[in-house]
Design a protein around this ligand. Structure first.
Ligand SMILES: C[S@@+](CC[C@H](N)C(=O)[O-])C[C@H]1O[C@@H](n2cnc3c(N)ncnc32)[C@H](O)[C@@H]1O
Length: 206
């Protein structure tokens, strides 16, 4: 039987406790860097590098993950960095429960799990948590990466396909970027390789 996301990710984080760069994702820093800080929600925050970076930029962050192990690392890092007052960590299996509130920025970077979880539904809820005038930033693998733990037959949609799966009303969203970008991989298994990410960056207008 396939593992539940909570067990899968807790095991993974326990196996690789120190695997973190301490740096924000490239897409996040490039796209969110110029935004005026407000309230941010990060879905699938893992060890918290992105959440801490947002907090350092002045955002008040709610950071969510299904893994209590990852949240433990992230919360320790926030305390060490003196940012505990700017980041609130919440444990959710986003397929079941979702944080409350509306946000000026909602981020989901590489939010993935073993197959058969309602990713499009979760990302649509993410869009629903963006305030008018706020932004949604989704980053995902555009193709299979070396050393990937995803199932062999995992489908990698194009950015346009991911966007259509959210079923958003076009009149309420401005498309700032819906594209694939190439970057140099940093994770151990792909270090030095060129990898492609899909980026979906939208502004809510209504
Ligand atoms: C590939 S990691 C990405 C972590 C981080 N966002 C990054 O960019 O490095 C995917 C993260 O999503 C979390 N996740 C997976 N399924 C989830 C679910 N159903 N609910 C909440 N978080 C989930 C995992 O625990 C993991 O931390």
């Amino acid at each position: 039987m396939q593992q539940a996301p909570r067990d899968f990710w807790n095991d993974r984080y326990r196996e690789k406790p120190g695997e973190t760069s301490g740096k924000p994702g490239l897409v996040l820093s490039q796209f969110a860097g110029p935004l005026e800080p407000g309230k941010a929600l990060e879905l699938g925050c893992g060890r918290g590098d992105d959440a801490l970076w947002l907090a350092r930029q002045g955002w008040q962050v709610t950071a969510v993950d299904v893994s209590a192990v990852a949240l433990g690392y992230a919360s320790d890092s926030a305390i060490r960095a003196g940012l505990a007052g700017r980041v609130q960590f919440e444990e959710h299996d986003l397929a079941e429960t979702f944080p409350t509130g509306m946000y000026d920025l909602v981020v989901a970077s590489f939010l993935q799990s073993p197959r058969d979880w309602p990713r499009a539904h979760v990302l649509a809820r993410a869009a629903g948590a963006v305030s008018v005038g706020g932004h949604l930033l989704i980053t995902e693998h555009a193709s299979r990466q070396s050393g990937s733990e995803a199932a062999e037959d995992t489908v990698h949609p194009r950015a346009e396909e991911t966007l259509s799966s959210l079923d958003l009303a076009p009149r309420h969203w401005r498309r700032l970027c819906v594209c694939a970008i190439a970057r140099i991989g940093t994770r151990t298994e792909v270090r030095g390789e060129t990898v492609e990410d899909n980026v979906i960056f939208l502004e809510r207008t209504g």
